[in-house]
Design a protein around this ligand. Structure first.
Ligand SMILES: *Cc1c(COP(=O)(O)O)cnc(C)c1O
Length: 222
């Protein structure tokens, strides 16, 4: 199947308000160009170095929007702010404060999502719900960030019903935070849904879906 065909198929089920991010980790720039040719402008990468190399090779495409979706280490915060428009994987108070400090130095205001861990999951980073509420005042005090919403990844092994409930819980958490009317926390975006679960994510209110293999094919076979 061609990338153009895959993207057209996905778009048929996509409400206009949902942004389709193509996750291009491990994907060649030729395939990124194929997605660009059919209108994709948002690309997600997990690693700084890989993203930077691709950006250099794609410098002739002026209107790309790059999203960091992988865990960010403190020593790479500066580079991340310089090369990404969005950081979806902001997963600790320490990281929020580092990004805020470096953003101030660089006179940047990165778009960020707070990664939450709604269910226990040893494989993932992110705030649990109580941790997040405890730290909201400190997060809200960061002046150099555009905090756009929440990001979440369900743990492996959930049933369809549990996956649906998981996404609804993320949405409800986002509403709860909005109701606290904190000045800096926008909570207008919900970054959730991957190739295997984007339809339930959309029903629960996802505004940004992050799709890799369903667009580009199995990463291990490329
Ligand atoms: C790899 C990755 C995706 C895309 O996964 P697919 O199952 O290939 O769609 C989405 N989000 C994050 C955070 C990822 O690491």
């Amino acid at each position: 199947m061609s990338i153009a065909h895959n993207i057209e198929t996905i778009r048929r089920d996509l409400p206009a308000a949902v942004k389709l991010m193509a996750v291009s980790k491990n994907v060649s720039v030729d395939l990124i160009r194929a997605a660009y040719a059919v209108g994709i402008r948002d690309f997600g990468e997990s690693r700084i170095q890989e993203a930077q190399t691709k950006q250099q090779e794609l410098a002739d495409l002026p209107d790309l929007c790059w999203h960091l979706i992988g865990h960010l280490q403190g020593n790479k915060v500066r580079k991340a702010i310089q090369i990404f428009d969005w950081i979806h994987s902001v997963d600790s108070m320490k990281l929020v404060q580092q990004i805020d400090r470096v953003a101030a130095e660089l006179k940047a205001s990165p778009n960020i999502c707070l990664q939450v861990k709604i269910l226990p999951d040893p494989d993932k980073y992110g705030w649990t719900i109580p941790e997040l509420f405890a730290e909201l005042p400190q997060i809200d005090a960061c002046q150099h960030l555009k905090i756009r919403g929440l990001m979440a990844i369900p743990p492996l092994g959930l049933t369809i019903t549990q996956t649906q409930q998981f996404f609804e819980q993320v949405r409800d958490l986002s509403h709860q935070i909005s109701q606290q009317s904190r000045s800096n926390l926008q909570m207008s975006e919900l970054s959730m849904g991957m190739s295997g679960d984007y339809l339930p994510a959309i029903s629960a209110g996802a505004t940004i879906i992050r799709l890799g293999s369903i667009i580009f094919g199995d990463r291990n076979k490329i």
